[in-house]
Every structure is written in C-alpha cells, then in structure tokens.
Design a protein around this ligand. Structure first.
Ligand SMILES: NC(=O)c1ccc[n+]([C@@H]2O[C@H](COP(=O)([O-])OP(=O)(O)OC[C@H]3O[C@@H](n4cnc5c(N)ncnc54)[C@H](OP(=O)(O)O)[C@@H]3O)[C@@H](O)[C@H]2O)c1
Length: 327
C-alpha cells in the first residue's frame, strides 16, 4: 500500500511517500480502507518525536480515519466487511490501509459522507468530552473558546451552542472569527489586537465567563484565566502557544477550577463517558446542529503540506488527506 512514511524523528519535510506492507489487524482490530483522514496538530508533534505515543519506525502519522472495513480480527464483533466506519487511531491514518481497535471504531451513520466522517472523530469527540465531563458546561452558561476557528476550537463553538451556552469565540483574524460566527458563535474577540479580558468583561457585564475552552495556552492563558467568573472552570485542551503555569492564588480567590482534558484518557479510563459523548454528537449531527467544516482535501503526496497548514497557522476548520485521491 502507499503511505506517508516517517523513518526518523524530525521535521515534517522528511516524510516520504512510499510503498510499504499493509498493517495486519490483531484479534481486536479492524483493517480500514482509508477514504479520508483529518490532519491534527499532534501529527507534527508525533513526527518530531515529542508526542506521548512514539511508534516504531517506519510509521505513518494520522490519528483518525474514515473508510470501509476490509478485514476484522478474530475477536471483533459487530462489524462486517464493507461497513462504513470512522475510527480513532494510535497512528497510521496517512496510508491507504490503517488498523483501529474495535473499541475505537464507530459505524458511520446513514447520511454522513466520508468527508464529514473523516473530519469528525478527534475534533468533535475531544471538544465534547472536555466541555461535558471536565468543564461541566450547562445550558444558559457563557463559554469562552480560544483558537475558535481551529480543529477543536470550531467544534467547541458548535458543541457549546448545542449545550445551550452563550459562546464567545476568540481568534487571531477577522476571517477566522467570521467562520466561528457562521458556526454559531454569539460574540467574537480578535485577540491579535483586542484586550481579551477587557472585551470579555464588557460582553458579560463584568461577570466573566463560566467555562474557558483553551487549546492554545501561552500568552492567552493569563487574560483568559482572569476572565473566569466565580466558580468558573478552565479546561486545558492543548498548548500550541506554549505551556502556561497556573497561579493557584487566582483559582482560590474566585473558587475557580482548572482541569485538563485528553481524549486518549477517556478512551482508556472512561470509555462509557466517551460513548455517551459520541451518542450525543451523532444525535446532534443527525439534527443538523453540527456541521463539520472541511476547507481542503489533499492527496497523500501532499500530506506534508496538509499538516503544515496547521503548523503555519493558516488553517481553519479541518483539512483532509484522501489516500485514494490522485491529483
Ligand atoms: N486534549 C485533547 O484531547 C486534544 C485533542 C485534539 C487536539 N488537541 C490539541 O489542541 C491543540 C489544537 O489542535 P488543533 O488540531 O485544533 O489545531 P489547529 O486546527 O491548528 O488549531 C489551533 C488554533 O490555535 C491557534 N494558535 C495560536 N497560536 C498558534 C501557533 N503558534 N501555532 C498554531 N496555531 C496557533 C490558531 O488560531 P488563531 O490563529 O486564531 O490563534 C489555530 O486555529 C493542539 O495542541 C492539539 O494537540 C488536544
């Protein structure tokens, strides 16, 4: 099969398109003929050797996939050859064939095409578990979303609206904020030149927000933490802007909480919560309340370019690599 292969830790440029042996599913795994795989910021981190998972060389990056079941391990139940599925992967999505654990695989519902399915798992699942189980977001509350046009940011905007929250979306350009508004944001803040805390306070009658969803960190953390109301919940989802230090005194004075949320730990330690999130998400999708935004579809040979759209901060929504696309 063709795959985008990493042979050593380093820059994305060293990834090469190669013919390799297809993966063999274990007893609990499903072999998927990949139609679409969304790129994630974590792909770049994994290739650099800085991700929690360090696959053996050679490997293909790619943490999710949508496609068709072509083989099942001996202990797999509930899936048939030819089923349309979407899955979370340990790695290997940027290839014509990929393996997924059956526990990390879901049937694609009727009416969902492979573009939406390819864009769905990581962004929607991660945002939902973060807001539902760590942020305890409730209807009528106010949600602040940083990086709101990015992969997990934009899905957090949509999910926040589906929860019945008032959503304040923050991003670095007018174009990105327009995208967040098209996906439901009630208010927007351009943190490239506006004072984040001052704007939040103006938008909330000096009360602050109930929940902050933060996939960025870095310099945005301090003003975003200061924007939390009494009893506010700060949910760390990622650190593309740098890892902040949490000043405990500023949690104490307003009974605030800071927590982390990592999809992988829901897979491993709280699968019931993850399944509950997925059921809600698929229901909302069927009702038309979630609208995955795919801005680019690139062939496998342009996989490096696809990931670089994220690392160069040029993307919004989701970027798909289509292993069977030829041009
Ligand atoms: N915890 C989890 O379960 C989980 C799941 C998925 C992803 N993540 C993490 O969440 C973070 C975002 O992932 P993603 O796939 O949503 O990425 P993405 O699509 O690239 O979105 C990240 C957003 O962050 C903003 N940003 C600020 N500083 C940036 C910088 N120096 N470089 C790039 N973007 C920057 C960008 O928006 P502006 O230009 O508007 O600022 C961008 O839209 C990553 O750290 C990723 O590993 C965590």
């Amino acid at each position: 099969m063709r795959a985008l292969i990493c042979r050593e830790w380093g820059d994305l440029d060293q990834l090469e398109l190669a013919e390799v042996e297809p993966p063999v599913p274990s007893a609990t795994q499903i072999l998927i003929d990949v139609e679409a795989t969304a790129v994630n910021y974590a792909d770049a981190i994994m290739v650099a050797g800085n991700y929690q998972t360090k696959p053996p060389f050679p490997f293909a990056p790619g943490l999710e996939a949508a496609g068709t079941v072509v083989a099942c391990g001996s202990e797999v139940g509930g899936f048939q050859l030819g089923d349309r599925v979407m899955a979370l992967l340990n790695y290997g999505g940027m290839a014509e064939l990929a393996v997924a654990e059956q526990a990390d695989t879901w049937i694609v519902p009727p009416g969902m095409n492979f573009f939406d399915a390819g864009a769905f798992p990581i962004a929607y699942f991660s945002s939902d578990v973060a807001l539902r189980w760590q942020g305890h977001l409730e209807s009528g509350e106010t949600l602040l979303v940083l990086g709101a046009a990015g992969g997990v940011g934009l899905t957090a905007v949509e999910i926040g609206k589906a929860f019945g929250a008032r959503v304040i979306a923050c991003a670095s350009t007018k174009e990105k904020l327009d995208v967040a508004r098209e996906h439901g944001a009630d208010e927007t803040i351009d943190y490239s030149h506006e004072d984040l805390k001052a704007r939040v306070m103006a938008l909330t009658n000096d009360r602050g927000v109930d929940v902050c969803f933060d996939p960025v960190g870095g310099a945005l953390f301090d003003p975003a933490l200061s924007s939390l109301a009494w009893g506010g919940r700060y949910v760390h989802v990622g650190f593309v802007g740098g890892v902040p230090k949490i000043p405990a005194n500023r949690l104490l004075v307003k009974n605030r909480t800071a927590s982390g949320s990592a999809l992988r730990y829901f897979r491993w330690y709280a699968p019931d919560k993850l399944q509950s999130s997925v059921a809600s998400l698929l229901q909302w999708y069927a009702e038309g309340r979630l609208r995955p935004l795919v801005t680019h579809t690139l062939p496998l040979e342009r996989g490096v370019e696809a990931i670089q759209l994220l690392t160069k901060r040029r993307a919004h929504g989701r970027i798909l690599v289509l292993p069977h696309k030829t041009t």
